[in-house]
Design a binder for this molecule. Structure first.
Ligand code: F6R
Length: 363
C-alpha cells in the first residue's frame, strides 16, 4: 500500500493535502463559510481548557494554546499525560478537558481521561482512530480524518490535529464573542485553501534533500522559534531525534541567552522557524546571535522572510504564504521532510525506528 513511495512515512507526508482537506471539510461549512456547530461543544462558559496528550499530540495542543488565547480569550493548560496524572492536578468548576491522540490507546492519556471523569470534568477527545478505547470513553469525540498512520513517527495525524484544533479555537472564538464574522470567514477560507498550500510546501523537498547530508554529519541540531513556532521547534526536534537518531533540541528563541547559546560553536546547525510577521525582527536578532558564533543557520520562512534574511542564512526553506494563524501546518511539512531525508541519508529504519512502538499502551 506504499504505492510509489519508499516508506510509509513518505507516503503519509505526501497524503497531507488530501487528509487535511478532509479534516477541514468535516469542521467547516464551505457554503456558508463558517465553522460548523458541533453538538455538545459550547465553550462560552468554559473558564479553563485542560489539554492533555503525549509526544507529538501534546505539541499540537501547545500550538493550539496560542490559538485558543488569540481567537477565544480562553485560558489553556497543556500538559503531558504522564505528568498530569501523577501530580495531583487541581480541578476548577469551569474546567473542560481535551485529550488528543492519534491511536486513542496511549495508556497515560487514557488514564488522564479517566482521572478527569472521576472528577466530573467533561471530556472531549480529538482522535484519529475512532474505534479506540479513548473514543469509547470520552464524553464527546472529535475526529481527525487522517486515515491509518503506519509510520511510527506521526506526520499526517499531527497536521490533521492542528487543522481540527484551529477550527475548534475559531468556534470557541465565535461562541465567546471574541471573533467577528469577517475573521471567521478569513480563517475558514485559509483552512479550505490549506490543501493547495500544503501541496506547494511539499515542493521544498528539493531544497531539503540538499541539506540532509550536512545535517547527517552533526551530533547536535538546534531548532528555534517564537510563539506557536516554539512548540513547532519542539516537534521538529522530536521528529529528527526519533528517526535519524541525531540529538536535537527545540528552544524558544528568546531563551537562547539563558543557556542554549553555550552549545553554539563553529559549524553547529541551527534551524530557525522565522516567518515574517510581528515577531520577525526579534527572531532575526536570534539568527544574528547564533550566526556571529559560527552557527550554520537554515531558515524556514516565507518568501518575504527569505528576502529580508538574504545574506544572513546559509539556506532558506521557503514555505508558501498563508494566514499566519495556521502557518504551523505548513512549517510541519518542512520539519517532517527534514527528519525524513536525514534518516534516509543515514539509512536508518524510517518506518520502524529503534526502541519505538507506534502506540504506547503501557506506561
Ligand atoms: C512522535 C509520535 C509520538 C506520539 C505519542 C502519542 O512522532 O508519534 O510522540 O505522538 O506517542 O501517541 P498518540 O497520539 O497515539 O496518543
Amino acid at each position: 500500500e506504499k504505492g510509489n513511495y519508499r516508506h510509509f512515512m513518505q507516503k503519509e507526508i505526501f497524503d497531507q493535502p488530501d487528509v487535511i482537506g478532509r479534516t477541514a471539510s468535516h469542521y467547516v461549512d464551505p457554503v456558508a463559510n463558517v465553522i460548523r456547530t458541533i453538538e455538545g461543544v459550547d465553550l462560552s462558559e468554559t473558564d479553563r481548557l485542560l489539554i492533555v496528550a503525549c509526544g507529538t499530540a501534546a505539541f499540537a495542543g501547545q500550538v493550539a494554546r496560542y490559538w485558543f488565547a488569540e481567537l477565544a480569550g480562553l485560558a489553556c493548560e497543556v500538559e503531558i499525560a504522564s505528568e498530569f496524572r501523577y501530580r495531583a492536578p487541581t480541578f476548577l468548576k469551569g474546567d473542560r478537558a481535551l485529550f488528543i491522540s492519534q491511536s486513542g490507546e496511549t495508556a497515560d492519556t487514557l488514564e488522564a481521561m479517566r482521572l478527569c471523569a472521576e472528577h466530573r470534568v467533561p471530556s472531549m477527545a480529538l482522535i484519529n482512530t475512532v474505534h479506540s478505547t479513548m473514543a469509547r470513553e470520552a464524553d464527546l469525540v472529535l475526529p481527525t480524518l487522517a486515515g491509518p498512520e503506519i509510520g511510527v513517527a506521526s506526520t499526517k495525524a499531527f497536521t490533521c490535529q492542528l487543522t481540527a484544533l484551529a477550527c475548534l479555537a475559531a468556534l470557541a472564538g465565535r461562541q465567546r464573542g471574541r471573533i467577528g464574522a469577517a475573521r471567521e470567514r478569513e480563517i475558514v477560507e485559509a483552512l479550505l485553501g490549506m490543501p493547495a498550500r500544503v501541496s506547494k510546501a511539499l515542493d521544498c523537498e528539493a531544497e531539503i534533500v540538499k541539506l540532509a547530508p550536512e545535517l547527517a554529519e552533526h551530533r547536535t541540531v538546534l531548532y528555534l522559534g517564537r510563539g506557536p513556532d516554539f512548540p513547532m521547534a519542539l516537534e521538529a526536534a522530536l521528529k529528527l531525534k526519533e528517526i535519524s537518531y541525531i540529538h536535537a533540541e527545540g528552544y524558544a528563541a528568546g531563551e537562547l541567552k539563558h543557556g542554549p547559546i553555550a552549545l553554539v560553536e563553529e559549524g553547529v546547525p541551527v534551524i530557525v522557524l522565522a516567518p515574517s510577521g510581528p515577531q520577525f525582527e526579534k527572531t532575526r536578532s536570534s539568527i544574528q546571535q547564533v550566526r556571529s558564533r559560527g552557527a550554520r543557520v537554515t531558515g524556514i520562512t516565507d518568501a518575504s522572510g527569505a528576502q529580508a534574511l538574504q545574506g544572513e542564512l546559509s539556506q532558506a526553506i521557503v514555505i508558501p504564504d498563508s494566514d499566519p494563524l495556521i502557518r504551523p501546518i505548513l512549517e510541519a511539512v518542512a520539519v517532517q521532510l527534514i527528519a525524513y531525508h536525514v534518516a534516509v541519508y543515514k539509512g536508518t529504519d524510517v518506518d520502524q525506528p529503534r526502541n519505538l512502538a507506534k502506540s504506547v499502551t503501557v506506561e
